[in-house]
Design a binder for this molecule. Structure first.
Ligand code: ATP
Length: 282
């Protein structure tokens, strides 16, 4: 459903951010993108919704061409592609509920969203989305009054209000402490599975990628250098992606919540299980 065919990105300063990327990401897949800083992870994710325009090749989402030159086509693609950022990107001084309603802005007239006039069914949807991430009781709080984990849940609810087919997440839990990071990832994974949403997530820590993704894509120098199921993304393989030995910092957001496996229908790999499957080299 997301297809990259020979995609290059050359930034205006001439730097090549992506080179010859070919990928097929199926509907409902949860894909983790890993790679060292500067490998091209954000560039890859941002080409999917046209935030970064590709300069060669072609890219389609659900059959629609992502055409960086056509605002109308981009708007159509973006209406079905939600994005979550490391820094949450909430409007701090407005309520949690209004932040979630902003997820409807691509489906609502500019005037109505500016004035905050939303239909009853949109408000109901926003409450439902907040309920799914367990913070409906915070609906009338200012976003700035919430913890980091709660703010990222608001960001997930905002994306859900968009009723997306694809969720892109750029280091969504990098600024959270490890237990909170796992809880937020667990929510994202549960919702993604319940709704059959395709998720493409940049990940800093390998244990998070292994616990929640179906598939790992490894990047280096703007190229895809590994692509396979999580079970194949062993430490030895990732060392070839990084071209160096792994450090504890690469692997671990430790402190896995004990009830990680309590999600119906989700089989997650804890770091211990991942260790058994893939003994750490060195
Ligand atoms: N707007 C830009 N203009 C020029 N070069 C850019 C631009 N944005 C990113 N780059 C370069 O493209 C390369 C890939 O950047 P990108 O942000 O995609 O990497 P990343 O893997 O997401 O890194 P990190 O983990 O540090 O966020 C880097 O060398 C970066 O300096």
């Amino acid at each position: 459903m997301i297809t990259f065919s020979n995609v290059d990105v050359v930034y205006p300063n001439g730097f090549k951010g992506l080179s010859g990327v070919n990928l097929e990401i199926a509907k409902g897949e949860f894909v983790a993108i890993v790679g060292l800083s500067g490998a091209g992870k954000s560039t890859l994710i941002r080409t999917v919704n046209g935030l970064v325009p590709y300069t060669e090749g072609s890219l389609t989402v659900n059959g629609s061409l992502v055409d960086p030159r056509s605002k109308t086509k981009l708007r159509r693609v973006r209406s079905k592609v939600g994005m979550i950022f490391q820094s949450f990107n909430l409007v701090n001084r407005v309520s949690v509920l209004n932040n979630v309603l902003l997820g409807r802005s691509s489906m609502t007239s500019t005037l109505r969203s500016l004035l905050g006039w939303y239909r009853e069914e949109e408000k109901e949807l926003a409450f439902e989305c907040l309920e799914r991430v367990g913070i409906v009781d915070k609906a009338y709080n200012r976003a700035s009054a919430l913890s980091g984990g709660q703010q990222q849940r608001v960001a997930i609810a905002r994306v859900l209000a968009q009723q997306p087919e694809v969720i892109l997440a750029d280091e969504p839990v990098a600024s959270l402490d490890p237990p909170t990071a796992h809880k937020v990832m667990r929510d994202l994974r549960r919702i993604q599975q319940e709704d059959g949403i395709t998720c493409v997530v940049n990940m800093h820590h390998l244990d998070l990628a292994r616990a929640y993704a179906d598939r790992v894509i490894g990047m280096r120098g703007g190229e895809v250098v590994f692509d396979g199921p999580v079970a194949e993304a062993t430490d030895a393989v990732i060392e070839t992606v990084y071209q160096r030995s792994l450090t504890a910092e690469d692997v671990a957001a430790t402190d896995v919540p004990v009830n990680l496996n309590d999600i119906a229908g989700v089989e997650v790999l804890t770091p211990d299980a991942a260790d058994e499957a893939a003994p750490r080299s060195a």
